[in-house]
Design a protein around this ligand. Structure first.
Ligand SMILES: [Zn+2]
Length: 253
């Protein structure tokens, strides 16, 4: 079931009223148009007649059992409560698909579904894009790591992670560079790439070693938040300042 409700807002630029549909739950097998809206970045967005855009992050559940994905979208920033968020996803999937007493067909679905926690619609879009192209999202995260290691200077420039933007017809995975707002050693503008790319062959090489890679990165391979940023949000890796603020990206009151 997809649950949508209308929301009314007013434009921050001109004050005009607008309405848009907000989803609490998306079952894209029943509403394929919503799947397209997510990939085209039209979900939870409105454009006012004056041209001003509005975008809303809302928690929602995304279900595509046919292709094997259940994702719970949390708000960006909720990663500091990662254990709670992942516990909710574990509970949701166990209750719906894996608990004892359910019909065998449901257990079959439960054994094959990818259960994911994501933080914000852009992370959801990336997971759905992986599904679209038959990509294993864990292997995609490892590919990002290899790309980052091959361009390590970009880490001093504030590179925090990469986000899959597209898979091109020519067989390249294109990633958007996501940066920290206050880099340690910013590079000159012309040396700051917005995108990095890797060929599908590099992905396939990693896929062939998936079992070994999963043993090296057990949390990334098995926990619902399949993201390189797990390390960033691991309290063991926080700076003193981040610890005082309660996590990365938070500012002291
Ligand atoms: Zn307006």
């Amino acid at each position: 079931m997809s649950i949508l409700h209308a929301m009314e807002g007013s434009c921050v630029a001109c004050g005009a009223a607008y309405r848009l549909e907000i989803a609490d739950s998306l079952n894209v097998e029943r509403r394929p148009a919503l799947h397209a809206m997510l990939l085209e970045r039209r979900l939870h967005r409105a454009t006012c007649a004056c041209g001003q855009e509005a975008f809303f992050e809302r928690p929602l559940t995304y279900v595509d059992l046919g292709r094997g994905l259940i994702a719970q979208v949390f708000l960006p920033g909720q990663q500091v409560e990662l254990d709670v968020c992942e516990g909710l996803v574990d509970h949701m999937v166990h209750h719906a698909l894996r608990r004892p007493g359910l019909p065998p067909i449901v257990h079959h679905l439960g054994a094959h579904v990818r259960a994911r926690a994501v933080f914000g619609l852009e992370e959801l879009r990336e997971k759905v894009l992986c599904l679209e192209h038959g990509l294993d999202d864990f292997v995609v995260e490892i590919l990002k790591l290899e790309l980052i290691l091959s361009a390590i200077k970009l880490v001093d420039d504030g590179l925090e992670t990469l986000r899959l933007e597209a898979v091109t017809p020519a067989g390249w995975l294109e990633f958007t560079v996501l940066r920290h707002p206050h880099p340690r050693a910013p590079l000159p503008e012309h040396l700051r790439p917005q995108r990095l790319a890797a060929p599908l062959s590099a992905y396939r090489d990693l896929l062939a070693r998936r079992d070994d890679l999963a043993r090296e990165q057990p949390a990334l391979a098995t926990r619902p938040w399949c993201s390189l940023l797990r390390e960033r949000f691991n309290p063991h890796n926080w700076t003193d300042e981040e610890r005082r603020a309660g996590g990365p990206g938070r500012t002291l009151p």
